[in-house]
Design a protein. Structure first.
Length: 145
């Protein structure tokens, strides 16, 4: 801009361009390969030929832990502290998740629980239950530190 004999630069705010990120697949979402298979005609009249239905790859321990954490958070509507154990079983995984049942001041008085959930090899929740409730700061055996 020009005011009199002097030239002034107009300050401009930086332009922020938001890029849309693809949504992360939730624990209940199907993989793209399965979506493609489901769009096929159920009678098998697909012009691409009759390919066998592809199965989702079996879960590893990290994926099973993440799924278990999401399932427990969704089902209990409580804050989760984290996954405390992941253990393979015959038809899937057992995942233990620590949950804050009741927040107190000071935080050493918080009541925590361990929830156990069983996830099959495809990532489906088979069962869940609360196995233990305790005060934060007590050891695994229920004693002090």
């Amino acid at each position: 801009m020009r005011y009199g004999n002097k030239m002034y630069e107009q300050k401009r705010e930086p332009k922020i361009i938001m890029q849309e990120r693809p949504e992360e697949a939730g624990p209940y979402d199907e993989s793209e390969a399965e979506d493609e298979d489901e769009r096929r005609d159920p009678r098998g009249d697909d012009e691409r030929g009759a390919e066998p239905r592809r199965r989702r790859a079996a879960l590893n321990a990290v994926s099973a832990g993440r799924l278990g954490l999401r399932y427990i958070a969704d089902l209990t509507s409580k804050d989760t502290e984290g996954v405390t154990s992941v253990e393979p079983v015959e038809d899937g995984w057992l995942v233990d998740v620590e949950v804050v049942e009741d927040r107190r001041i000071p935080s050493t008085g918080d009541m925590l629980s361990i929830y156990e959930c069983q996830v099959d090899d495809e990532g489906n929740l088979l069962s869940y239950r609360r196995t233990r409730t305790y005060r934060r700061g007590t050891g695994v055996q229920g004693g002090g530190l």
